[in-house]
Design a protein around this ligand. Structure first.
Ligand SMILES: C[S@@+](CC[C@H](N)C(=O)[O-])C[C@H]1O[C@@H](n2cnc3c(N)ncnc32)[C@H](O)[C@@H]1O
Length: 687
């Protein structure tokens, strides 16, 4: 694969790894230290003793390793977009932002900005996401890796065939995920809100619907699979959901073999040949890595280290599990194929990555899981044949129809993982709901009677609005298509709404694969926080031409809009008129734009501006084609953007905000337009 690992840019950020290491079991509590202790002492004897015992590095590297832990992390950024856009952005960062950031002070410290740690970019790269893949990001918020995965899915032009399901157990964080990925405007993103280890099976179906009897059976299988609680819970669920041939990446920001190799080894052991570690030594040339450990010690609560569970005196077994030990387990597992990244190797945080491939169905015999003895009961359910098929790429995300395993654990010894550890699995194969969720719950933001609201609340899926696919022949949809002259090549059957009301307000566009996940009735168990991109919103204040096109969805909708609703600007002045004046008159524009506006009916349109045409290769901040929705009123127009978006565009066009801020302040003080001195003309956006 052609991906390289390159790290550049400096500036100091956070600590090198999370402060959990250094003690018994997966919790590592006995070695804990508080952050103020960390920063004042930068010493931790137990940490050093623990990792020396683990033999994670040769002795002669130890001083460099420790020294590197005592320095703060470099601040790293990931720059995305096409080659041209990303090169332009990188230059602008180096030219304008980095000098400013170096001087920025937060709480008396310089250079403290949000960032993505360099090593955290590795798992999506090793997942080797291709545009047709189906990827499940199990513990996804705040979403930096999800964003990377979405970008990979969109690496090709045109309608996307892949899918990204991003999940987080925390409802607020799952909504945060929606906000963080909004800028990517992906119709291929579904956000769900489940405990990953309890993730319901998801069905991707094209051909035939299950009978009611089959559905009931599948629901039963699903409940049963999810109710089992072996020690490797989230990873195991990922393994079940992944289809044969798919790749799974397990990563942690920990050095601790108990959280790393021990977890992978136990999985490989119970997987009994259905998973293998991939050799990724040729991938990401430039990334300096060390092999995974083949043996390690387990340190008891009293601080004694042991090679095997049997050698631990019963009194010291608290918190220890047989699955934590390496003795007699790792042979033939190729544990050296795991990647260990240490801070001193390339000035990054500490990290662990394992890339696994599913080579045959995963039916772990949980009775063989290395846990302290538990009672098991035999489950007599018969296996069911697999019938769900993916037509395009033969990809089924679910393996729910695999025979259920034969033993059921009845203990509850394993609590949910803390899930700082992350699993993302890929398979060959945003509208802001958070904003709307805060409203009346129907996703439409309309004022409803109390009775209606109660009814709607009942319809919600675990607190989220229902997902309803809009019928291709829907009358509202037809009138919208004619309003914007949308070409017949644009799919009619890939819109969803988040309401069961016949009158809907917001239409989201979803990819064809997303649609196939949203449609099957069995997926009613899945709590979808978000799906697709906000494409059109109904505006009841308008007398006709009811719908407004949304900037979130323009990347997909724009190529299919009719010329009648598109204004082509070739001069920056036209953009500036829109950005600097609140309600510019038609006469404020250059001739081409003015004429187009005068000929148009009232309603929503899109202005498009390609900086390449006017600015060539001149030094600039704008590197992509601008497409902005506007409202054409009787004699004036108004951009349908919020203030922050306008300010950002103004900066990209002029590099200056101050003068505009000053004008805006004066306008607010006077309650009228500073340029024209008149009160703004009412439009649907200010009505
Ligand atoms: C370290 S963060 C993940 C960072 C993320 N992958 C990224 O690259 O931006 C861990 C996340 O896991 C979530 N989480 C914790 N336990 C979980 C579980 N059982 N199932 C799903 N998500 C879980 C947390 O809410 C948190 O948002």
């Amino acid at each position: 694969m052609g991906k390289q690992f390159r790290k550049g840019g400096r500036g100091r950020g956070g600590r090198r790894q999370r402060d959990r290491e250094g003690g018994a079991g997966t919790e590592g509590k006995s070695g804990n230290y508080k952050s103020d202790e960390w920063s004042s002492k930068l010493e931790n004897e137990r940490f050093e003793a623990y990792y020396k015992t683990q033999n994670i590095l040769p002795d002669d590297e130890w001083p460099k390793f420790m020294e590197s832990l005592r320095t703060t992390l470099p601040t790293t950024f990931r720059i995305t977009g096409s080659r041209k856009v990303s090169a332009g952005l990188r230059d602008a960062m180096i030219r304008e932002h980095i000098p400013n950031l170096r001087e920025a002070e937060v709480d008396g410290e310089k250079g403290n900005i949000s960032r993505q740690e360099a090593v955290s970019m590795i798992p999506p790269l090793l997942l080797d996401v291709q545009p047709h893949h189906i990827v499940f990001d199990m513990c996804a918020a705040p979403g930096s890796k999800t964003a990377q995965i979405i970008e990979a899915i969109h690496a090709e032009e045109g309608f996307v065939s892949g899918l990204v399901v991003a999940n987080d157990a925390d409802n607020a964080r799952s909504h945060m995920l929606v906000r963080q990925t909004k800028r990517l405007q992906s119709e291929a993103l579904l956000v769900t809100n489940h405990q990953a280890q309890m993730m319901p099976n998801m069905f991707i179906r094209e051909r035939r619907r299950h009978t009611a009897q089959e559905q009931a059976h599948l629901a039963q299988v699903d409940r049963r699979q999810r109710s089992r609680a072996p020690p490797v819970q989230i990873l195991r669920r990922g393994c079940q959901l992944l289809r044969v041939g798919g790749r799974l990446v397990y990563s942690t920001c920990s050095f601790n073999p108990i959280e790393n190799e021990a977890v992978v080894a136990e999985l490989l052991r119970i997987a009994d040949g259905s998973f293998e570690l991939l050799d990724v030594s040729a991938e990401l040339p430039g990334l300096i890595r060390r092999p995974g450990l083949t043996s390690w010690k387990v340190v008891s609560i009293k601080g004694n280290s042991y090679d095997s569970y049997d050698s631990v005196p019963p009194a010291e077994r608290t918190k220890l599990q047989p699955s934590m030990f390496s003795t007699g387990v790792t042979e033939g597992m190729n544990m050296d194929r795991c990647l260990r990244l240490y801070p001193h190797l390339q000035d990054t945080g500490g990290f662990f990555v394992a890339v696994l491939q599913k080579v045959k169905p995963f039916n772990p015999d949980l009775s063989a899981a290395q846990t302290p003895p538990v009672t098991t009961t035999t489950d007599a359910d018969a296996p069911v044949e697999e019938e769900v098929k993916d037509v395009d790429n033969d990809a089924d995300m679910e393996e729910s129809l695999e025979p259920p395993s034969k033993k059921r654990r009845t203990d509850d010894a394993s609590e949910a993982d803390e899930a700082d550890d992350e699993v993302a699995a890929e398979d060959d194969a945003t509208g802001d709901l958070a904003e709307e969720g805060a409203g009346d719950g129907d996703g439409d933001g309309d004022a409803d009677s109390d009775g209606d609201k109660k009814g709607k609340r009942r319809q919600r899926q675990g607190g989220e609005d229902p997902v309803v696919l809009v019928d291709a022949g829907n009358k509202e949809l037809e009138s919208l298509r004619s309003q914007f002259g949308i070409s017949d090549e644009f799919p009619k059957d890939q819109f969803i709404v988040r309401t069961t009301n016949e009158v809907f307000k917001t239409l989201y566009f979803v990819s064809s694969t997303s649609k196939r996940v949203l449609a099957p009735p069995e997926n009613g168990r899945v709590k979808f926080v978000h799906a697709g991109v906000k494409a059109f919103v109904r505006c009841d204040a308008a007398r006709n031409n009811l719908y407004r096109v949304q900037s979130d969805g323009l990347r997909v909708t724009f190529p299919f809009l009719g010329d009648g609703r598109v204004v082509k600007a070739t001069q920056r002045e036209d953009l500036l008129a829109l950005l600097q004046k609140e309600y510019p008159l038609f006469t404020d524009f250059t001739e081409t734009v003015r004429t187009k506006l005068q000929k148009m009916d009232e309603g929503c349109a899109v202005i498009v501006y390609d900086p390449d045409v006017e600015l060539g290769t001149a030094e600039r901040r704008l590197y992509h084609v601008l497409m902005i929705p506007l409202w054409r009123a009787k004699v004036s127009v108004n951009l349908l953007l919020n203030k922050a978006e306008k300010q950002s565009l103004l900066w990209q066009l002029t590099g200056s905000l101050q003068a505009e801020e000053e004008k805006r302040r004066r306008r607010i003080e006077n309650g009228r337009d500073a340029q024209t001195g008149r009160m703004p003309e009412p439009t649907p956006s200010n009505a």
